[in-house]
Ligand binder design. Structure first.
Ligand code: DX5
Ligand code: ZN
Length: 241
C-alpha cells in the first residue's frame, strides 16, 4: 500500500490527524471586498478558503469561475478549497487547478464516472474530494473511499448560504467515517452547510475535522472574531473527545 502523502506540491498536509481546520466560505463575503474579507478570516486563524462554484444547472444558483479563483490565489495565504457544484466538472477541473485551487471536490451526484474524475484531479497534483448531498447514502463512497484525499458531507442542500443545518448529517458523518475506516483511509471529512459555534462541537464529535462556514463567519460585522469563535467551539469538542 502506498503511504499517505504528507504534503502536496502546494506544501500542505491533509490527513485525518485530529487537527481541526476552519474553512470560511466566501459565498457570504462581500464580493466587492474579497481581499479585505479573506485577510480578516486569515487573521482569525482560517486554515483554508472555501470557494463555492455553482453553475445554475447542478444547483439553482450562479457564482464563481476560474477568473475569481485566480484573483483569490494572488491574495490568499491559505490553500483554496474549491467546491464544484457544477454539471460535467471534468470539463473545468484543469482550469480551476490552473487558477490556483489546492483542493477540488466534485459531487457524486454530478458525475457518471467518479473514479475517472477523482483521478483526473489527483493527476493535476491537488487534493481530490467527493461530495455527498444530504440524500446520498454514505455507501456511495464504498468503492472509491481508498482513492479520496477528503470527503465533503453536505449538511444542507447545496445552492445557497445561510440555510439551516440538517440534524441527520451527524449520523451521516459517522457512517462516512465508518466507510473510510473500513477502506483503511485516514482521509478527513469536511462538513458544509449551516455550521456555527452551536453545532461545531457536535460535528467534530461525529467525525468532521474540516468545518466550512459562510453565514456564521461573514453574516456579522467581524469575520475575524467569528473565525476564532468557530475554532474555539470546534476545539472544545476535540479536547473533550
Ligand atoms: C452551499 C455551499 C456552502 C455555503 C455554506 O451550497 O456549499 O459552502 O457557503 O454556507 P453557510 O455556512 O451559510 O450554510
Ligand atoms: Zn461549499
Amino acid at each position: 500500500m502506498r503511504p499517505p502523502r504528507e504534503t502536496d506540491p502546494g506544501g500542505f498536509a491533509l490527513r485525518s490527524d485530529g487537527e481541526i481546520r476552519i474553512a470560511p466560505s466566501i459565498l457570504s463575503a462581500d464580493f466587492a471586498a474579497l481581499g479585505r474579507d479573506v485577510a480578516a478570516v486569515e487573521r482569525g486563524g482560517a486554515d483554508l478558503i472555501h470557494v463555492d462554484v455553482m453553475d445554475g444547472q447542478f444547483v439553482p444558483n450562479l457564482t464563481i469561475g476560474p477568473a475569481v479563483v485566480r484573483a483569490l490565489k494572488r491574495i490568499a495565504g491559505r490553500p483554496l478549497d474549491v467546491h464544484l457544484m457544477i454539471a460535467e466538472p471534468d470539463r473545468y477541473v484543469e482550469a480551476f487547478v490552473g487558477a490556483g485551487a489546492g483542493m477540488v471536490s466534485v459531487h457524486v451526484e454530478a458525475v457518471p464516472h467518479l473514479h475517472r474524475t477523482i483521478h483526473l484531479i489527483k493527476q493535476l497534483g491537488v487534493k481530490a474530494g467527493a461530495v455527498l448531498n444530504p440524500s446520498t447514502p454514505a455507501g456511495a463512497l464504498e468503492d472509491i473511499a481508498a482513492d479520496l484525499d477528503f470527503v465533503l458531507v453536505m449538511s444542507v442542500n447545496p445552492g445557497f448560504g445561510g440555510q439551516a443545518f440538517i440534524p441527520h448529517s451527524l449520523d451521516k458523518l459517522r457512517r462516512v467515517r465508518d466507510v473510510l475506516d473500513r477502506a483503511g483511509s485516514s482521509a478527513p471529512i469536511e462538513i458544509d452547510g449551516g455550521i456555527d459555534a452551536t453545532n461545531a462541537a457536535a460535528v467534530v464529535a461525529a467525525g468532521a475535522s474540516i468545518l466550512v462556514a459562510g453565514h456564521a463567519i461573514f453574516g456579522g460585522s467581524d469575520p475575524e472574531a467569528a473565525t476564532r469563535l468557530l475554532r474555539d467551539a470546534a476545539l472544545g469538542a476535540a479536547t473533550r473527545a
